[in-house]
Design a protein around this ligand. Structure first.
Ligand SMILES: [Zn+2]
Length: 199
């Protein structure tokens, strides 16, 4: 089971969606793109849940039991970033005529990443709360030249589940994609590993 979202796959999904809807009337296009985006983001959230279930080595029964509620999941999907949720962002760009293929890819990657990392964090919190299992978080990067310096600095940093990762410039977050600062979050591909603490 991979620990990292397949960003190339997300790019392909975004491109296909872009091309398939390119000639639709604006309102129809908004609906098609946003409905499909919702499915993609849901997939990303579930990816995050599964990652934590896997590292906590839960049984099938426990996995079924320790899932964030549908409400929590949709709150995450529709969390506004810079004042807009993904539907508002896509709709505005279509109205303005500024939704290019690249922009759609960036929305899918950035939101997909945020949702997947939030899903993992919320699942770890839930499992910890329900079972008493203690987790540590470890920051991981893709370890390639595209990793920004502030995240390279966080590579392999280990903190408690509820603690913050703090970069050298003082920005802090509980997990990747959650700084709330575009220059830290946009196109970030880092992820958190949730390791059960050895007793
Ligand atoms: Zn990053």
């Amino acid at each position: 089971m991979p620990t990292v979202l397949d960003f190339d796959e997300l790019d392909v999904l975004a491109s296909t969606l872009y091309r398939e809807t390119e000639n639709l009337p604006a309102e129809e296009r908004k609906k098609r793109i946003c409905d499909e985006l919702e499915d993609i983001l849901l997939y990303c959230y579930v990816f995050g849940i599964n990652r934590v279930h896997e590292s906590a080595e839960l049984t099938e029964e426990e996995r079924a039991k320790y899932q964030p509620s549908g409400e929590a999941i949709y709150d995450t999907l529709y969390m506004p970033v810079d004042g807009e949720d993904f539907r508002q962002r896509v709709s505005r760009r279509i109205d303005e005529g500024t939704l290019g293929e690249y922009e759609l890819q960036r929305i899918v990657e950035t939101d997909g990443h945020r949702v997947s990392e939030t899903g993992a964090y919320e699942t770890a919190e839930l499992v910890s709360y329900e079972t008493g299992m203690q987790f540590e978080k470890v920051w991981e990067t893709m370890r390639d030249p595209r990793v920004r310096d502030t995240h390279d600095y966080l590579q392999s940093m280990r903190v408690g589940l509820d603690e913050f990762f703090v970069t050298y410039n003082g920005n802090k977050t509980k997990f990747p994609g959650e700084f709330g600062i575009a220059e830290e979050d946009c196109n970030c591909r880092c992820w958190c590993e949730y390791q059960p603490k050895k007793k």
